[in-house]
Design a protein around this ligand. Structure first.
Ligand SMILES: Nc1nc2c(ncn2[C@@H]2O[C@H](COP(=O)(O)OP(=O)(O)OP(=O)(O)O)[C@@H](O)[C@H]2O)c(=O)[nH]1
Ligand SMILES: [Mg+2]
Length: 315
């Protein structure tokens, strides 16, 4: 029989408080208008895909925490939906989600697409940040596609939108340029403090949420115009079968018959493609073999229906 010496137990290092004296920690709200690269940047900082990414605006719909643990700091990044002028109840929920990340944050990381001049949504974000008493770090993203003269000109315009920026830095989330320097800047602005999460925890995302998001990501990738934004993924079943394969059954909602037609595609080609791509990524994420069963269902006006939104986790 093994006995546990209580002294051994108490002498174990505590992963939360046994950190160097200059250890810093805190919460960073990652905010900005849609499509500037907030989720890409958070994934680059973490070195792992926690949030889905797409070329379409309004990809992220919920707040998602990504946790970076280093010897000298633990930074909890809160990725948020892009701030915009909402057109329906889902949009309002998304924008509210983004604003809700600010009161609990120690710092705001304001992400912009510096290849472009500020738009009205950038000004909306800047105004909200100017009204907070939070240090703001400006990440000027997409420098890989920004000619140097344009970078200089645009940088001045962005900087002028939020008075008293704590720091600004040019980065490419896609290429990883400037990402380590950005983390060092953020760390220096955070208070001294312990770890809040176990060192090996990278996000607050549940497996089921990640699976639904990966399916939605492939829909965003392959569908066009309004269709991708009318998509919601409702995970119905997620269980391990005796042969070790994970069986996943998800319903994909769209709002109209015509959208269903596009999503299913000719001879079911589109839904097959989305399913095959999603399955590959889900298998990699779970480290397991997956059987993915997708059904498309028309749910008229789900984006404005409070009960549906609540059921789908958008309330
Ligand atoms: N060229 C270039 N593209 C980038 C960079 N960072 C992100 N992107 C692209 O920009 C698009 C949007 O990226 P996301 O990370 O989804 O943007 P987001 O700000 O999270 O968008 P929402 O969730 O809709 O608010 C994707 O096509 C990315 O590949 C970058 O540094 N350079
Ligand atoms: Mg995003």
């Amino acid at each position: 029989m093994t006995t546990i010496d209580p002294n051994d137990f108490f002498n174990q290092p505590d992963p939360f408080t046994d950190v160097p004296p200059d250890h810093r920690s805190g919460f960073v709200a990652v905010v900005g208008r849609p499509n500037v690269g907030k989720s890409t940047l958070m994934n680059a900082i973490l070195g792992q895909k926690v949030a889905i990414v797409s070329h379409r605006p309004q990809t992220t719909r919920n707040r998602i925490a990504g946790i970076l643990t280093r010897e000298d700091c633990q930074i909890v990044f809160i990725d948020t939906p892009g701030i915009h002028k909402p057109k329906h109840r889902l949009g309002k929920y998304m924008v509210d989600e983004a604003y809700r990340a600010l009161p609990d944050a120690d710092l705001a990381l304001w992400v912009v697409d510096v290849s472009k001049m500020p738009r009205s949504d950038d000004r909306r974000v800047a105004q909200a940040l100017s009204q907070q008493h939070l240090p703001v770090v400006l990440a000027m993203n997409k420098i890989d596609i920004t000619p140097p003269d344009r970078l200089l000109a645009h940088a001045d315009v962005y900087r002028a939108l939020v008075p008293g920026l704590a720091a600004d830095i040019a980065v490419s989330a896609l290429k990883g340029q400037g990402v380590d320097a950005l983390v060092d800047e953020i760390r220096a602005l955070l208070p001294l403090g312990p770890r809040y999460y176990p060192p090996d925890q990278v996000s607050d995302v549940q497996e089921r949420f990640l699976v639904a998001e990966l399916i939605r990501e492939k829909a965003l990738l392959y569908l066009r115009e309004e269709v991708p934004h009318a998509v919601a993924v409702d995970l119905q079943d997620f269980q391990e079968r005796e042969n070790g394969v994970i069986y996943i059954f998800a319903r994909i909602f769209v709002e109209r018959e015509s959208q269903k037609g596009i999503l299913v595609g000719k001879g079911g080609g589109m839904i097959k493609k989305i399913g095959a791509e999603a399955r590959k990524e889900i298998e990699a994420a779970l480290g397991r073999r997956v059987f993915l069963d997708l059904h498309v269902k028309v749910k008229p006006k789900w984006r404005t229906n409070p009960a549906e939104l609540r059921r789908l986790g958008y309330a």
